[in-house]
Ligand binder design. Sequence first.
Ligand code: UDP
Length: 238
Amino acid sequence: MSDILYEGKSKTVCRGPDDDSYIIRYKDNATAFNGEKKEVIAGKGKLNAAISNLIFEYLAKNGIETHLTKIIDDTSAVVKKAEIVMVEVIVRNIAAGSFSKKYGVPEGTALKNITTEFSLKSDELGDPMINDSQITAIGIATDDELSQMRQKALRINELLCALFLKMGIKLVDFKLEFGRCGGKIILCDEISPDSCRFWDAATNQKLDKDVFRRDLGDVLEGYREVLKRLNLSEAGNA
Ligand code: UDP
């Protein structure tokens, strides 16, 4: 078992095979509402690892540099060591979740334009929303880094919307994390049903973590469906 460097809520970060890498291990733990709701869901780690790996490989093939270097097994991968930029980048195509609540826009309303927003990565503070001038004022990221993250996030949205549309899935919204590596900003963390809202295009059935957050039934049913469709898609055939 490799040395654990950091125990996250849904992943463990371990010492990598060399100084420029880490090993990340996906766990079965699920949390919501800033850690207030917790559960172990057997099999979630494997599903998220498989889904995120397929998506990261698809993005890499389409010109997005990511931290993923090598898949080790069902739940582990070698990733580039990056210094995580301490903001979460959220992209929205359709109103849902905190956006619907905060702005009184019914869930499912198609947005007239894509929105991007940043949240400070801080469990202690509850990940508060933060704007560009506040981010640069505190020194969390530079203007150039913010513009790179926003541009990359929008390109990722384009690539993923196209991919998921063909799979009969609406990409409602998602969260990304970026890191600094070798003077560049690269995509880090994961893209999975834990960090995205995926709705079946025909029925609007939720295929993501909202099933856990809102106690809507068997959460992994949706995750399995996303993986099944991804495997049959361009991302699975690559
Ligand atoms: N999200 C995430 N981690 C967070 C907050 C949000 O992965 O700490 C994802 C969430 O799954 C959704 C999107 O970002 O796909 C937008 O989430 P929102 O701001 O609506 O927050 P929520 O309603 O999930 O609290």
